[in-house]
Ligand binder design. Sequence first.
Ligand code: B12
Length: 483
Amino acid sequence: MKVLLITPPYHCGVLESAGSWLPTAFVYLAGSLRKAGYAVEIYDAMSKFHTYEDIRAHLTEAQPDVIATGAITATIYDCIEVLKLARELNPETLTILGNVHPTFCWEEILKEHHDIVDYIVRGEGEETLVALLNCISDNLDPAEIDGLVFWRNGKALKTPDRPLVQNLDSLPTAWDLIQWNEYTYHTKPGSTLAVVSSSRGCTQNCSFCSQRLFWKHAWRAHSPEKFVAELEYLHREFGVDVAMISDETPTFDRNRWERILDLLIQKNLDLELLMETRVNDIIRDQDILYKYRKAGVVHIYVGVEATSQHTLDQFKKGIKIEESKKAIDLINAMDIVSETSFVVGMPEDTMESIARTAELAKYYDPDMAFFLPISPWPYADLYPQLKDYIEVFDYSKYNLVEPVVKPVNMTLQELKQAIGRASMEFFTDKLSRLDEMTPYKRKFMIAVIDIIANNSYLAELMRGIGEPGGMPAMIKKYLADLK
Ligand code: B12
């Protein structure tokens, strides 16, 4: 059987303005499929910015027996559309859907689309996907395979959950199936960008997020040796010089993380690392933060999420507001780019509360701050609290860019304006302080501001607010003066 793993042609222009990102999940799924004897192709229609016409042409040419894709909530409609297209081109094609949205919303999906979606793989994909295809090849009954849902006798049949893989190092990968020339980090022209995974899972309780639920409250990790060897392989074999660590909390186990840093320092690879972690872990690691920088970490995102303790508690973030400020100061002191985001648009938010958040964002002083309208993932703990305030039910807008939850005292349009204004306030302040930055950060920030002005959703949000011509016009003039 020939399996085609495809990303949906969905775009909402935030992260994609910063770079072009490879589908790491497919590297793992393809590795396991190949080991089991299946021919696999990774077709990243998303990063190629392919249209449905392009996809049609590609599928006609590739003629896969099996087509599989993964959906987050925002991409679910496009995933269904892609599977529908494959079915239309060849009614015999087996269609499979995985990732977070189908893992939780399988009933809704199958009720409406059981004629399009043959199987939903719930949770971690590698073992279930191989077991499913083996089962079908052997003409056995998929009801015996753990981790699935499918339509049978007029209803969804859900098999038991599959236990998580115990040893992540045992999972094969298929990095050679990636078309490396497609992936680059825009702030570093000419770079080759990888997205790598050093651990899976999260044990935090953040009520707006879905990751802890998806990974069943567990945290598992690759060994430091295996992870660093993988980075070295990607660097030497494919010229990777920037890697984003996809983990929720790579630093969860301090000893493991320090060992990774030590190994990277020893290897002295010319490789920059971008990562996300928790405020608490940065504070915990203040004595070894210099190792982060030495090992190549140039960019850390920490989720600050809120500027009031009340909201932080409501989000179950488990941090104090002073801790966020401290973590950002520590990152800045290492000359590492600091990034954070604030969740806005909660039912009690007002123009004033969002303006206050923007003020506090300036006080926290990360290099980049993003103000994200809350998205009510239907399976997140916060959902019941948000349900009555949802004004937009179109999942494709559940992307942390478009407001879909209406605050009691604001319209969605006002919320959008407030986000535009907060972003403008924040980046105008940054712009006015470029001269205070270290040469490294200054260069980075100029590249970022260039992207924001010319190629991002923020440009649209900020245009027309404040200065005549809006923020992007002002930034462009500033950049022209700089050049
Ligand atoms: C890398 C990444 C991206 C990349 C995607 C690259 C790609 N094509 O995959 C980029 C930067 C493009 C991206 C964009 C966005 N992302 Co994103 N992203 C991530 C991130 C950080 C890592 C994902 C990853 O690679 N994990 C490592 C792999 C190994 O794990 P995995 O993806 O979960 O895959 C496993 C299982 O899920 C399953 N599986 C996954 N796919 C499939 C498919 C099949 C067929 C099967 C059988 C199984 C299966 O098996 C895999 C192996 O076990 C996650 C957060 C996280 N830590 O996971 C957010 C995350 C997935 N992103 C999210 C969001 C919201 C977005 C954006 C909407 C944000 C924005 N406004 O820009 C956009 C949407 C895309 C777009 N085009 O605009 C949310 C989704 C929330 C939700 N519940 O819907 C997450 C969870 C972040 C968060 N905490 O909120 N993202």
